[in-house]
Design a protein around this ligand. Structure first.
Ligand code: COI
Length: 357
């Protein structure tokens, strides 16, 4: 049953939309969005609206205190006319944990799915296909109450926007090891998909891009020795034919793609080792050839090859192979996501069809 309303401009917004040839990642916006507000301790009625600017009180806590959490998830439509979502309930659960960490009200599962289904269903004809293309969905929740007192808002808004996308990384990534700034500390909000984590990463990200790199590699906050993640992607290394990835340390975001790769690889009989990984040890293993490949994974990135790791002293470490093992896992994962092979885990779920009328 559909509980949300559909604004009069939605049909015209969708009728006027065409899928461009070049999608990039986040460059093309879906012409519709979903919005629902929370006040007086309860959620109101959701609405599907034409995509457009939102009003926000200039004193809102989301703007001043970063009271904002979000999710990234994808709808695929490869062989079938109707799209399916990949592990949406896991995104919903992580969204609730993120909200809990920031003491915001969780978006109930039915409401979360309503928002995601409303946008993905409206965009069903515009979900791009092939080569890992998809409809990327961004559910987000933020505090709307104005005020400087350091406590939570009492009013919130949950929204879903979307973008038809290609994969986030367009080729092998150049990773810049960040030895000074810290993305997240244990006990902080690293495990939550909070905008604050991304804010903490931006200075190093911009600096690494200015140095010709693609992305910064984060180390642990206490010792600056253990690999965490790439702010937006988790990291894997191929060592002695095994997959090694940093164990979730309480500051790393628990990636759903990371979890999927671990489950899929183990299901297919491969060894996956989750352990604390020292950056200097990994660099030595790349140098000696013990580590043959390094790659990243994430919802946006799918499985993305890493071509080089650059240290702050200017030294660069080039793994022996690029996108050999990564390609194998990208294709295996995409085959499930695009429903080209049976899904032994029950990970995919049809987007709910909008109610007639
Ligand atoms: C995602 O993979 O969904 C993310 O949020 C990463 C972001 C850097 C695009």
């Amino acid at each position: 049953m559909t509980h949300y309303t559909t604004a009069p401009g939605v049909a015209a917004a969708l009728a006027g939309f065409t899928l461009p040839e070049k999608l990039g990642f986040g460059l093309v916006l879906a012409p519709v969005m979903y919005s629902v507000e929370y006040a007086d301790g309860r959620w109101g009625r959701g609405a599907l609206l034409p995509y457009g600017p939102i009003e926000i009180a200039p004193g809102a806590r989301a703007l001043h205190y970063g009271e904002l959490v979000f999710e990234g998830m994808k709808a695929y439509r490869a062989g079938t006319p109707w799209p399916n979502l990949f592990r949406p309930l896991d995104n919903c659960r992580r969204f609730a944990l993120s909200a809990e960490r920031l003491a915001m009200p969780a978006v109930p599962e039915a409401l979360f799915l309503e928002g995601v289904d409303a946008v993905a269903g409206a965009m069903a004809d515009f979900v791009p296909t092939g080569g890992g293309k998809s409809l990327y969905l961004r559910p987000f929740l933020y505090g709307t109450e104005a005020g400087y007192l350091l406590r939570n808002s009492t009013t919130f808004r949950f929204m879903v926007i979307a973008n038809p996308v290609e994969s986030y990384a367009s080729g092998p990534m150049k990773v810049a090891i960040e030895r000074f700034d810290v993305r997240a500390a244990v006990g902080g909000v690293g495990v939550a998909k909070a905008s604050a984590n991304y804010a903490a990463s931006l200075r190093a990200s911009s600096a690494s891009i200015a140095r010709g790199y693609t992305v910064a590699l984060w180390l642990d906050a206490a010792e600056h020795r253990y690999i965490q993640e790439l702010s937006g992607m988790n990291v894997f290394a191929v060592i002695g034919g095994e997959l090694h990835t940093p164990s979730l340390d309480g500051a790393i975001l628990p990636g759903i793609t990371r979890d999927s790769l671990i489950a899929l690889a183990r299901h297919l009989g491969h060894t996956v080792i989750e352990r604390p990984m020292l950056i200097d040890e990994l660099l030595e293993q790349i140098r000696s050839g013990a580590c043959t490949e390094v790659f990243a994974c994430g919802t946006a990135a799918i499985v993305a090859p890493i071509g080089v790791l650059g240290d702050t002293d200017g030294r660069e470490y080039v793994p022996a192979q690029v996108d050999v093992v990564a390609k194998q896992w990208r294709e295996a994962l995409l085959a499930i996501q695009e429903r080209r092979v049976p899904d032994p885990f029950g990970w995919t779920r049809d987007v709910a069809r909008p109610a007639a009328g």
